[in-house]
Design a protein around this ligand. Structure first.
Ligand code: ATP
Length: 421
């Protein structure tokens, strides 16, 4: 007698792990899809994490057929904020701190390595086949009669058990080399290994990273820097020759790991902002190399400024390492830089004295201001124009160095400046 494959049903697992409102959401979505004779599936990271018993409440849902109509219906039911991309057949719903992506099942063909694929509507089988790794290529059906049925066409569950990250076909990294960064990220996040044949393909195709736009690489790097311990992926990327495709001078070494760990300690109870990690990653580049990284990754103006500020602070570490520096000098060295750049300076300084000076600036000196205002100075007889700014600066410097304590001290100093002896 032929053996009928046993269907695995993950309803119990979903009931245990998903908050009841989300379970309710996917059930209703399945019912709505059924009404329109569509098939609907939960896919991607949330399925992987259900099986790993890791919490993940970012729903990724795929519909065979028009996803947008369905998304609008679900948005209406949940009073969700909806962002729709009709060209891609995708919609994102946001409600009460919840998020769901609902997309039309599609098939992708890659005409040129690194370029975005040509996309056509397809079936769930196509949609699964376009995915990066077997562990991200599992699905759960949501239509009422098949609710909870597990679809695993690429042995994702076996790979979860074997704890490996495996591509679905040999051309995967050629089609889309961002998957190289993704493989490293999942491997390190989950404590898995990149499966041996996949690792061979990865190493063979590292050069394909140059076929991908800086924007797409930046996006993957941002995802790395949002990980709990990004240094693990950066270190591994360093060993695989992936990191130096970002810039040949970047290093994923012990210094980086220690400095990232210090950043975490410092930012408790929160995680460090990803940009702080980025500033530390770029810390040891020269100013020219920093510019090269900025333009390759097409960083935003603000992020580019952060890297430039960090580089400028690093250039002053030697001066800031002098013991007993006058506070007004410390202020002059550090005034105008962002707090994130200053924090990167503290962490990267490699000099306790320089770090103390930067901390002093961050905690105390940057808040020091004269009591007298520009108007007060005018009343005391300082002529309008640049002189006001000069006097305010002289007052601030004297305050910083502890030479003035009160409003009266300041007034006396102003009178002294106006009528030198
Ligand atoms: P998580 O880390 O929890 O998986 P994520 O934000 O990294 O979340 P996304 O980047 O949002 O995951 O991707 C969602 C799903 O889309 C993945 O699980 C994967 O199946 C698929 N995917 C994303 N990027 C690619 C890619 N470059 N190639 C193929 N599939 C991809």
């Amino acid at each position: 007698m032929m053996k009928v494959p046993k269907t695995i049903n993950l309803t119990d697992r979903m009931q245990e792990q998903l908050p009841s409102d989300l379970l309710d959401f996917i059930k209703k979505a399945g019912e709505a899809a059924q009404k329109h004779q569509q098939r609907l599936y939960l896919v991607g990271g949330v399925v992987r994490d259900l099986l790993l018993e890791r919490s993940n409440f970012d729903l990724d849902i795929v519909a065979e057929g028009d996803a947008i109509k369905l998304a609008r219906e679900m948005a209406h039911l949940n009073r969700a904020k909806t962002t729709v991309h009709p060209r891609f057949g995708t919609a994102n719903l946001l409600w009460a701190k919840r998020s769901a992506d609902i997309t039309t099942a599609r098939t992708e063909t890659y005409e040129k390595p690194g370029a975005l694929p040509t996309v056509k509507p397809g079936t769930i089988v196509d949609d699964i086949a376009r995915r990066d790794f077997s562990i991200n290529a599992m699905a759960i059906e949501l239509n009422p009669r098949h609710f909870g049925e597990f679809i695993d066409l690429h042995s994702g569950r076996r790979d979860l058990k074997r704890q490996v990250v495996r591509v679905l076909h040999d051309n995967s990294f050629i089609d889309d080399a961002t998957r190289i960064w993704r493989a490293v990220r999942y491997e390190q996040r989950l404590g898995f290994r990149i499966e041996p044949a996949t690792l061979k393909l990865l190493k063979r195709n590292v050069a394909m990273l140059s076929t991908v736009s800086g924007d797409r690489i930046r996006h993957e790097l941002e995802l790395v820097l949002k990980e709990e311990e990004p240094e693990n992926a950066i270190k591994r990327a360093g060993k695989l020759g992936v990191l130096n495709r970002l810039h040949p001078s970047l290093k994923g070494d012990d210094w980086l790991a220690e400095t990232f760990a210090l950043a975490r300690e410092r930012c408790l109870p929160d995680n460090p902002p990803p940009n702080l990690y980025l500033a530390l990653l770029a810390y040891r580049l020269t100013a020219d190399e920093t510019e090269q990284l900025i333009s390759y990754l097409r960083l935003t103006k603000a992020t580019a400024q952060l890297l430039r500020d960090t580089s400028a602070i690093k250039a002053k570490i030697k001066e800031l390492s002098a013991p007993g520096l006058a506070p007004s000098l410390v202020y002059d060295f550090l005034h105008g830089y962002s707090l994130t750049a200053l924090t990167a300076g503290v962490l990267g300084a490699g000099s306790a004295t320089a770090a103390e000076h930067i901390e002093l600036y961050m905690n105390v000196l940057r808040h020091v201001n004269p009591v007298l205002s520009g108007d007060d100075l005018k009343k005391l007889g300082v002529p309008e124009g640049p002189k006001i700014k000069d006097v305010l600066q002289a007052l601030r410097e004297a305050r910083l160095d502890g030479k003035l304590d009160s409003k009266e001290d300041e007034e006396e100093m102003v009178r002294g400046l106006l009528n030198p002896p």
